[in-house]
Design a protein around this ligand. Structure first.
Ligand SMILES: NC(=O)c1ccc[n+]([C@@H]2O[C@H](COP(=O)([O-])OP(=O)(O)OC[C@H]3O[C@@H](n4cnc5c(N)ncnc54)[C@H](O)[C@@H]3O)[C@@H](O)[C@H]2O)c1
Ligand SMILES: O=C(O)[C@H](O)COP(=O)(O)O
Length: 528
């Protein structure tokens, strides 16, 4: 009988579901906080059900000799070393929508608490002070709410704020104009949001592009007396810069549920009367905890009992019979999507996937899910193979599938085209008989390139001297070329160089490459 450990405080509903599915379960809700104990016992378990307190590190995974699946009852999986889990063949699942409403409601609660200084007024009144004149609030009606991140939670916050008669402006580079219209927000650039918002609320993942998105420079651009809410992740706001701004009054108030260091115990922000703190309570309602516990227990049980995979962050959903033929094509589809997604810098209107020849006869669903997942991954927090098609639909991204019999030289190939406001960018690939994947076309230009972990994509005018200049510059930058593939539309027309390189290219180095004569675009593409 498979054995599961619940190492964080989950609703007991999960325990019952495991039992109903003939799974042996240990419910030890405090164990996750004791990393030595967890290390000691983890080897016994096939499944692990967690929230955010259990840190599933590389070291823990090293001791998890029987572990097959980790289920996160919630959204963020920052506490799980997913690359290490993937390497160990452990499926990592989450419940991407189960606590979104609850977290959005927490953000709204914090906004209203800030507007009326509820926590301070409560403390003062209970201390028998009756300071009626001290607590002058502000209305939210007709005020502007600046939403940074308009995904699942952000769009629910927008809906609730509109109910409070607020005007909502949103900054989210991946929000399409159609989706912005559907959720009733005005899509703006970050500077515009900072300038116009009376309240700012954050709902993005913590990634390189969002770390310290609110820093001293951003705060300086805000209205005097702005109020800031963070229910997403610690690290989106520079806490030291916020401290200064709260002290000076530039920021009238801030309310945080999440902190750079958690548990937050000695945070300097706690000294300030105009700062409200909650201990990462965003997902803590009876309803959300029932939802996520039930979902995670069902997902883990299904995987351990039948091999069914739902909401996995690191593996496609494929049945045991389909696996051998589909797996290389699924990987190729995700790689093509990831390649195109990494080259896409504006909002996506559509994704067209063409399956030609032998691949068109296979079950294209997991390939399509993998391809869409690959495209969205650079833009969306916790997208996975299962949620990717739904997320694309919610965002108004039209996914068009075309299947046809073999027409050209290849027995089968997949062509994926990303359609944005500005352009269509297509990339095609195939699987050779030896199981190796190949890129065979980029933007209509034929080529024959291996898909490798670190690639450099350079587009240029087809003019003499370019290859020499590029090679020399890369040599000077100390970048070793493993493979150099070229293609062009016509003599003197658009040309593409696709290089496999050892190691990574820095942003500075990319700038230098983009500065070479005739180069139109230079991008690094990573795939593993
Ligand atoms: N406080 C809590 O208890 C709690 C509960 C649930 C979720 N969360 C956190 O809330 C956050 C949002 O969750 P979600 O489910 O809405 O995720 P989501 O993936 O649905 O939405 C994230 C949004 O951020 C946008 N985004 C990506 N990069 C951006 C950038 N550079 N600038 C602006 N926007 C950008 C994406 O396009 C996307 O729309 C996550 O960090 C999640 O972990 C916190
Ligand atoms: O990402 C999430 O789902 C939230 O941060 C909730 O975390 P929790 O389950 O530890 O409350």
């Amino acid at each position: 009988m498979p054995k599961v450990l619940v190492s964080d405080k989950l609703s007991k509903t999960a325990v019952q579901i495991f039992k109903d599915n003939n799974i042996d379960v240990d419910y030890l809700p405090d164990l996750g906080k004791d990393k030595d104990k967890l290390f000691e016992v983890i080897g016994q378990y096939d499944g692990l059900a967690i929230r955010s307190a259990t840190k599933v590190t590389d070291k823990i995974l090293g001791a998890a000799k029987n572990l097959k699946v980790i289920g996160r009852a919630g959204i963020g999986v920052d506490n799980v070393d997913i690359p290490a889990a993937t390497k160990a063949g452990i499926i990592v699942m989450n419940t991407p929508f189960g606590n979104s409403i609850t977290t959005a409601e927490h953000a709204i609660s914090l906004m209203l608490s800030l507007a009326r200084q509820i926590p301070e007024a409560d403390a003062s009144t209970k201390a028998s002070k009756w300071e009626k004149n001290r607590f002058m609030g502000v209305e939210v009606t007709n005020k502007t709410l600046g939403l940074i991140g308009a995904g699942n939670i952000g769009s629910i916050v927008a809906d609730r704020a509109q109910g409070l008669k607020m005007k909502v402006v949103a900054f989210d580079p991946f929000l399409t104009p159609e989706r912005a219209q559907a959720i009733g927000v005005e899509k703006v650039e970050l500077d515009e949001l900072l300038k116009r918002a009376d309240f700012i609320t954050l709902h993005t993942p913590l990634i390189d592009a969002t770390r310290n998105i609110i820093n001293a420079e951003a705060i300086a651009k805000m209205k005097d007396g702005v109020r800031i809410i963070n229910c997403a992740r610690g690290g989106l706001v520079d806490e030291a810069a916020l401290y200064e701004a709260l002290k000076s009054g530039k920021v009238a108030g801030a309310a945080f549920d999440v902190f750079v260091e958690e548990p937050a115990q000695n945070n300097p922000l706690f000294e300030l009367a105009n700062f409200i703190a909650t201990p990462h309570l965003g997902a803590s309602t009876t309803e959300a905890q029932e939802n996520v516990a039930l979902q995670v227990a069902e997902q883990i049980s299904a995987y351990l009992n039948t091999g069914e995979i739902t909401n996995a962050l690191n593996f496609p959903s494929i049945t045991a019979e389909e696996a051998p033929r589909l797996t290389p094509w699924v990987k190729l589809a995700e790689a093509l999507g990831s390649f195109a997604g990494q080259l896409t810098e504006t909002s996506i209107k559509g994704i067209r996937i063409e399956y030609e020849g032998n691949v068109a006869a296979l079950n294209t669903k997991p390939m399509t899910a993998a391809a869409v997942n690959g495209v969205l991954k650079p833009q969306v927090a916790e997208v996975n193979m299962v949620s990717a098609p739904q997320i694309a639909k919610d965002r108004g991204i039209n996914v068009e599938i075309i299947t046809r019999d073999q027409q050209g030289a290849y027995e089968g190939y997949i062509r994926l085209t990303v359609i944005t406001e500005r352009q269509e960018r297509g990339i095609a690939g195939t699987i050779f008989a030896n199981g190796k994947s190949r890129i065979i076309q980029v933007k209509g230009i034929n080529m024959d390139a291996e898909l490798t972990p670190s690639m450099l994509y350079v587009t240029n005018e087809d003019k003499p001297g370019h290859i020499g200049r590029l090679g020399t510059l890369l040599g000077n930058l100390g970048i070793n070329i493993a493979n150099f593939n070229l293609g062009r539309a016509e003599v003197g027309g658009d040309a593409i160089a696709l290089l496999s390189i050892d190691g990574e290219v820095t942003a500075e180095q990319l700038k230098e490459i983009a500065g070479l004569p005739g180069v139109r675009q230079a991008k690094a593409v990573a795939y593993n």
